[in-house]
Design a protein around this ligand. Structure first.
Ligand code: NAP
Length: 291
């Protein structure tokens, strides 16, 4: 029975860890706050006292935490997973981190004889719980083959972009384009509201017109209804991803990433108001009428 250590049981990680239990893996779990692990423990997971404890005897360690800082802590902190992982163990990073961080972790962990797989994901928490994520992989082809049995329980699609860091490049551009679109949807709808248009008609038109996209379909009705219940992706996470993407853009492009920077600025405002609320609350930031 393969042994997996799963670190980070937030909205995404909780469902992903459950997939390994469903697939019959032996699973050790760790989360900064234990309460999120209770039902997984009831289902047979071993509670570990630290990432290092979780990683003892693991064939693969999978992390799904918030950002660079959290990722560094769970891999390389004093009780980090790398402290106990045996040479040749897979280190699968599913968190969305910066490009620089993914490359650094690759170097650090490979230098310790571990196999680092850059594996951010797309898909919402329901896809995570259903094993239907798209996995955006950056790894040597041979390392991907070693990791594949540990990726199949959590993902329905694997896209291999190239070497370590390339999965993160794609994830960051994907989420930057999303940030720009969501802010754009909010701004367009806010203008229509303030101009007094029939918003039922606007929604019907926007969802079926040329500006429609999965983001429009996902967010526009909820924005108009100001229905932000059940946050799936928060303003803080969207801001983090856009900021990481803009840093990458600034390292590669001669022109300043104007739209990206605008998205970072407006999500910084949303994060300052309510970091843990749904990103669709962007409409409240941009819809203040001219006074
Ligand atoms: P979340 O619910 O906020 O969970 C964040 C996780 O990170 C929690 O387990 C949290 O622990 C842990 N964490 C935060 N800071 C930490 C630290 N300093 N040390 C150790 N652990 C720390 O976020 P999520 O939505 O599951 O997202 C997790 C990752 O997936 C993020 O990188 C996000 O960008 C990415 N992602 C999210 C979605 C989505 O739709 N939500 C989709 C694709 C990718 P506690 O429980 O103790 O706070």
């Amino acid at each position: 029975m393969p042994h997996v250590a799963f670190i980070g049981l937030g909205r995404m990680g909780h469902g992903m860890a459950g997939r390994y239990l469903d697939a019959g893996f032996s699973v050790a779990v760790w989360n900064r706050s234990r309460a999120k692990a209770e039902d997984l423990i009831m289902r047979g997971a071993r509670w570990a006292s630290s990432p290092a404890d979780a990683a003892i005897d693991a064939d693969a360690v999978v992390t799904m935490v918030a950002d660079d800082e959290a990722s560094r802590a769970v891999w390389l902190g004093t009780d980090g997973a790398a402290m106990t992982m045996k040479a040749g163990t897979l280190a699968i990073e599913c968190s969305t981190v910066s490009y620089q961080h993914a490359r650094e972790m690759g170097r650090e962990l490979n230098g310790r004889g571990l196999i680092y797989v850059d594996c951010p994901v797309t898909g919402l928490p329901d896809a995570a719980a259903g094993g239907k994520l798209t996995l955006l992989v950056g790894a040597d082809a041979a390392d991907l083959e070693k990791a594949r049995p540990f990726l199949e329980p959590i993902g329905s699609t694997i896209r291999h972009f190239g070497a370590v860091g390339s999965g993160t490049v794609y994830k960051l551009i994907n989420n930057l384009m999303g940030a720009i679109q969501i802010a754009g949807i909010a701004e367009g709808l806010a203008i229509a509201e303030q101009a007094g248009l029939d918003m039922k008609l606007v929604l019907e038109a926007v969802e079926t017109g040329v500006a429609a996209s999965p983001q429009v379909i996902r967010h526009s009705k909820r924005m108009v209804a100001r229905n932000f219940a059940g946050a799936t992706f928060t303003s803080a996470l969207r801001h983090k991803d856009a900021a990481y993407a803009v840093a990458l853009a600034e390292s590669l492009l001669a022109e300043k990433p104007l739209m990206g920077r605008a998205a970072v600025d407006v999500y910084a405002r949303a994060k300052a108001v309510a970091p843990d609320d749904d990103e669709a609350k962007m409409i409240e930031i941009v819809s203040r009428p001219k006074g």
